[in-house]
Design a binder for this molecule. Sequence first.
Ligand SMILES: [Zn+2]
Length: 69
Amino acid sequence: MMTDLPKCPTCGIAPEIKIRSRGMNWGSAQIRCVGHHHIGFSFPPGGEERAKRDLFEKWKKLVEENHEK
Ligand SMILES: [Zn+2]
């Protein structure tokens, strides 16, 4: 997946993104750098695009917050 996401603030590697839809059931979205940072949440059926945007926004916020420390 091509993104302009910022790298992990701890190690500088691009984060891993997983978005899994489950038909009529809630799907799961997560972004992580193993051992450093992890964000995950569930999203309702059909909410994949919205979940992707939320995931990116949450990650960017996390990176900004960690750069400040
Ligand atoms: Zn990392």
